[in-house]
Design a protein. Structure first.
Length: 204
């Protein structure tokens, strides 16, 4: 396991991104199937009616099998959409099968923006978050853009907020010993990998 304190945040990001990129297509597909088995029957997923996902990029573990399962079960599914202005913000937009797609300024696929279909994060039950690195204490190392942290900053300001639950999704190889959290970092309830659960919501 990587010792996070031995590296700066940018160096740690480079190392962990290289690790997940090194996974073969076969390993990625197997990880996605195992992630689906870990989460699809868990109470947090079964009870949630409004769930935000992401589309995989740069070697991220693939949650699309979970997204399709959620849609078959009649859940409302959402994906992040970057804001045109301010450029540092993002929204959660409802998606359905046969969605129309575009590429955002980072060349990442997202649904064609439609403000009528966008929801505030506190209206969601569960957000499945991508990440670069994680620890067993709920720490998350993102790509560095801060989009999730800004969107979810209200969770740190008001402890009474109970929605949404935040789950990180990752490959097992992205685990580190302990992350030093910045003041703006919003901790997760747990991280789910292709091998297991890490965090206080494991038995929820």
């Amino acid at each position: 396991m990587i010792k996070a304190s031995d590296h700066s945040r940018p160096a740690l990001r480079r190392i962990l991104r290289q690790k997940r990129r090194a996974l073969s297509p076969t390993e990625q597909k197997q990880a996605a199937r195992q992630l689906h088995r870990q989460l699809s029957h868990h109470p947090l997923f079964r009870r949630a009616r409004q769930i935000a996902f992401y589309l995989p990029n740069d070697g991220e573990i693939d949650p699309r099998p979970l997204l399709r399962t959620a849609q078959r079960r009649g859940k409302a599914t959402f994906l992040p959409v970057l804001s045109r202005w301010p450029a540092t913000r993002m929204h959660f937009q409802r998606v359905r099968p046969h969605e129309r797609w575009v590429r955002n300024r980072f060349r990442i696929v997202e649904p064609r923006p439609n403000r009528i279909q966008q929801r505030k994060p506190w209206t969601l039950d569960l957000i499945l978050m991508p990440l670069v690195g994680f620890d067993a204490q709920g720490g998350r190392l993102g790509m560095g853009g801060g989009f999730y942290d800004r969107s979810l900053a209200y969770l740190k300001r008001r402890i009474a907020w109970r929605s949404p639950k935040l789950l990180g999704l990752a490959h097992e190889c992205q685990k580190v010993d302990q992350l030093a959290l910045a003041s703006w970092d919003v901790p997760m309830k747990a991280t789910v990998t292709d091998k297991g659960w890490y965090g206080k919501e494991e038995k929820a």
